[in-house]
Design a protein around this ligand. Sequence first.
Ligand SMILES: NC(=O)c1ccc[n+]([C@@H]2O[C@H](COP(=O)([O-])OP(=O)(O)OC[C@H]3O[C@@H](n4cnc5c(N)ncnc54)[C@H](OP(=O)(O)O)[C@@H]3O)[C@@H](O)[C@H]2O)c1
Length: 346
Amino acid sequence: MTAVTSSSALEYAAYELTNYDLTAIQSATRVSQALGPRDVLVRMKTASLNYRDLLVCTGRYRKISLPRVPLSDGVGEVIEVGQAVTKVKVGMRVSPNFMTGWTGGTITPEVIQTDLGAGIDGVLRQYAVFDERSLVKIPDYLSDEEAATLPCAALTAWNGLIEEGNLKAGETVLVMGSGGVSIFAMQFALMSGAEVIATSSSDEKLKRLKKMGAAHVINYKSNPDWDKEVVKFTRGRGVDHVIEVGGSGTLEKSAVSVKVGGHISLIGVLANPNAQSNHAVHLLMKAVKLQGIFVGSVEMYERMNAALTVHKTKPVIDKVFDAHDVVEALRYMQSGAHFGKVVLKI
Ligand SMILES: NC(=O)c1ccc[n+]([C@@H]2O[C@H](COP(=O)([O-])OP(=O)(O)OC[C@H]3O[C@@H](n4cnc5c(N)ncnc54)[C@H](OP(=O)(O)O)[C@@H]3O)[C@@H](O)[C@H]2O)c1
């Protein structure tokens, strides 16, 4: 890997996606521009994977122009700052927001185009330059590996449950599977004094979810009528919130599981996307609030970090890979063997 060659002008090693094919992630060197007044030079140290990175690298995300440095989630150390920077200092550990342009307020079409690893170059590189407004300070109690899991999966779960879902103590939350978003959602629910019903395809993973605090667990593979079991567990009432990561393949079951007037955070696309379902009538007749969630803003990220710090909540890391083994790490994630997050050391 190359090192910084001079102040405010550097070469950096980056892994670039050069084709829509997992194996077409290649090491490349680029020269960046000089630092602008509000720019911050960051030496990237860790990154984490999201299901979305698999979609990007296999051409199933929205159309992006190649070559592109992949991955949205990373942590690094501030090496140098532009002359007008006030938010961060040299030596600080920081993380760029998933959408670098979404600092606060409501999401807009413009900020969606600033998503790392798709609209703009991502974090799988040795050095990167970010506008100070896109950066968030990492809580001191978290390691670099732990903090690298937060920008996409954690913030999405936080936005769905806390910012948009207005979760209250004593409510019941349904989470699906044991991936990154779902485990963070379970942790935020428990932090808020809510009850969790969790599903998984693996009895082994269900045991772990129960140990982490799930009140009830259901195997969605061996029990295809898991929605009925959710209703039964809630004594016929249904859950207050659903963290819907399956998409059209599970939405009908979410519509059965949710209570009248409940809230569904529509987040993922893991289950059969071509499924035909009858959910519209259920959702309408139950007056369900169906909310699309697309990660979150810098302000939300900062509120989430404050809450994590109060509770000293630790992200669940399944495995750490070397950044050179990014393709192996993505394949591992694709296999679904993981529980929580897969991390890369850069
Ligand atoms: N909207 C947003 O802003 C946003 C942000 C982050 C993620 N997402 C989306 O949310 C989804 C989850 O992302 P992630 O990064 O958390 O993924 P992940 O870590 O790869 O999670 C995968 C896990 O989900 C579970 N799963 C797979 N198919 C399922 C199904 N049909 N029903 C229930 N659970 C199923 C499996 O858990 P078990 O092994 O326990 O069965 C699998 O291991 C993806 O579709 C991703 O694109 C959206």
